[in-house]
Design a protein around this ligand. Structure first.
Ligand SMILES: [Zn+2]
Length: 134
């Protein structure tokens, strides 16, 4: 079905060609907050360290012998595990106070940016006084 000139389909396509998803935020209008990124990165590190410490504790090799009953003292969590878990607790309490997402600077939260055609179009509108540039 062909669109009549000036038909709704044609206009929709023209308008679509004028803007695109923002390349910085991918159309979401938000970008991750830097402090939160750092907080998540550190949380991931701490959890990895905790898991490694726990694994090392559980899978301690017993060279040259069948598994034997582990002495009572050794089943207690080693200091490293306790220390890392305390660090994780502290880290959880030290969450950044600001929101996890910032408004995208590039599109000012719209999620859209002008295409080359869109810029030409707004230039045309500006020439005719329809668009006020800030
Ligand atoms: Zn954006």
């Amino acid at each position: 079905m062909a669109d009549r000139p000036g038909g709704a389909g044609q206009w929709a396509r023209l308008l679509q060609a004028l803007e695109d998803d923002c390349s910085l935020c991918g159309g979401t209008g938000t970008t991750p907050n830097e402090r939160w990124l750092e907080w998540h990165r550190r949380a991931g590190e701490l959890i990895a360290v905790a898991q490694a410490a726990r694994r090392a504790h559980e899978l301690r090799p017993t060279p040259g012998s069948a598994p034997v009953a582990v002495p009572e003292r050794a089943t207690a969590e080693p200091a490293i595990v306790t220390a890392v878990e305390r660090a994780i607790d502290d880290h959880m309490k030290a969450r950044p106070s600001e929101p996890e997402k910032d408004r995208c600077e590039a599109c000012r939260g719209m999620g859209k940016q002008l295409t080359a055609a869109g810029r030409q179009f707004t230039d045309l509108l500006a020439r005719h006084g329809f668009v006020r540039r800030e």
